[in-house]
Design a protein around this ligand. Structure first.
Ligand SMILES: Cc1cc2nc3c(=O)[nH]c(=O)nc-3n(C[C@H](O)[C@H](O)[C@H](O)COP(=O)(O)OP(=O)(O)OC[C@H]3O[C@@H](n4cnc5c(N)ncnc54)[C@H](O)[C@@H]3O)c2cc1C
Length: 380
């Protein structure tokens, strides 16, 4: 390994970004002391599964299991980092101890953005949230989901599958901002067929009442429900970095390799990557993995390590449809259909953006991600 001074690496955050960084450090030859700190008491699990199979799988937990970590780190689970001393190279923990490091990975992800402090507002970010929600769905309550992005729509789909009456409150057409109008229309059709009620509104807010939590639409209409779940975006977990100067606009800006400075990397949902439009977060599972691999190599090898280069991969499962996409969504206008057509059923399509790049989208579980990667580069 280059750099004989790298004896101790600390990874803060035990989600997919932290675990992948730890694995990648080992793969890149780091054989020193490795510590992974995570405030959840569980080994890393699949967060995307929480809003998909896990919601409807009864007592089954298998959909969110990940293979056991292979990094052999000292795992400090159920422990929270509360501060960082950059000059002293120390991570301060809530159990009163401090961990020295030579290299540090910041991977504390993000949390659900709440619309209120009301206890009746449920959100879905972690395994505990999912188990609470799944438990509540067993009684088939009426549900209002606030948020028309992929997460809100997946939650609505899971609630419908559990036998609930579900209303989805969305700013504009659900999924339109994320997927574009064409794909949003495909999902809207499937959601309607399954009985979802969609209410489009301006900003909705939550209020308390004698009957529980209620949703107040922009025009003052009040929606009552036995269960209110919000999916209104996420907030990076950066509070423990207060005073370090590492954060900007609520995230941690990094360079093209994922480094904040030569001895500190930031990866996953809390990191803002350089783009032509300024630093941007890419809060996706595959992005967290690719960022972590690149940053681990950069922590050990500096500028000799290759910069981050990846095509975003996104998937969602809802209302009986499965979508996989490689490239930048949304796609504007109508796509070119490579297989199937707009009438429904399995389909493979592609958009070419104004800058010449492409996004390949499958509504067909048989289409592999490597094939989508090829198709996103060229339609041939
Ligand atoms: C319900 C749900 C469904 C999703 N579905 C998809 C999907 O279908 N496709 C997709 O691409 N992406 C999906 N995502 C997004 C994807 O899961 C995230 O992009 C990814 O998990 C980010 O990984 P991360 O390791 O950066 O953050 P996280 O997974 O949030 O992990 C960060 C970890 O650090 C811990 N932590 C926070 N603060 C501290 C602290 N101070 N000290 C110690 N530990 C701390 C957190 O508790 C957490 O365990 C979904 C997200 C959610 C919530």
């Amino acid at each position: 390994m280059k750099g004989a001074t790298v004896r101790r690496v600390v990874v803060v955050g035990n989600g997919i970004a932290g675990v992948t960084a730890a694995d990648a450090l080992r793969e890149a030859g780091f054989d020193g002391e490795l510590t992974v700190v995570g405030d959840e008491p569980y080994p890393a699990y699949s967060r995307p599964a929480l809003s998909k199979a896990l919601l409807t799988d009864g007592d089954d937990m298998s959909s969110c299991l990940l293979p056991p970590a292979g990094h052999g780190a000292d795992e400090r689970l159920g422990v929270r980092a509360t501060g960082l001393d950059l000059d002293g190279r120390l991570v301060v923990l809530d159990d009163g101890t401090a961990l020295p490091y030579d290299r540090l990975v910041l991977a504390t992800g993000s949390r659900a953005r709440r619309l209120s402090a009301l206890p009746g507002e449920l959100t879905l970010r972690g395994l505990d949230d999912a188990l609470v929600l799944r438990g509540r769905l067993a009684a088939r309550p009426s549900v209002v989901v606030v948020g028309g992005g992929p997460l809100g729509m997946e939650i609505a789909s899971g609630c419908l599958a559990a036998g609930c009456r579900v209303t989805l409150v969305s700013r504009g057409v659900p999924l339109s901002a994320r997927l574009g109008p064409h794909l949003a229309g495909v999902f809207a059709g499937a959601a309607r067929e399954q009985g979802l009620t969609v209410v489009e509104t301006g900003a909705a807010r939550l209020g308390g009442g004698a009957g529980g939590t209620r949703v107040v639409l922009a025009d003052g209409t009040v929606l009552d429900a036995e269960l209110v779940v919000t999916a209104a975006g996420d907030v990076p977990n950066t509070e423990w970095l207060a005073g370090t100067g590492l954060t900007a606009d609520g995230a941690v800006p990094v360079d093209v390799r994922g480094l904040v400075r030569p001895d500190v990397a930031a990866v996953g949902d809390l990191a803002a990557l350089p783009t032509p439009y300024g630093p941007r977060r890419v809060p996706l599972w595959s992005s967290a993995i690719e960022q972590a691999k690149a940053a681990a190599r950069a922590l050990l090898h500096g500028v000799a390590a290759p910069p981050l280069s990846f095509q975003p991969y996104f998937w969602t499962e809802q209302f009986g449809l499965g979508l996989k996409a490689v490239g930048h969504l949304p796609g504007e206008g109508r796509p070119v259909y490579l297989e199937g057509g707009p009438g429904g059923g399995p389909a493979l399509m592609r958009w070419t953006h104004a800058d010449g790049t492409g996004v390949a989208v499958a509504l067909d579980h048989r289409v592999s991600v490597p094939r989508l990667r090829r198709l996103s580069r060229t339609a041939a």
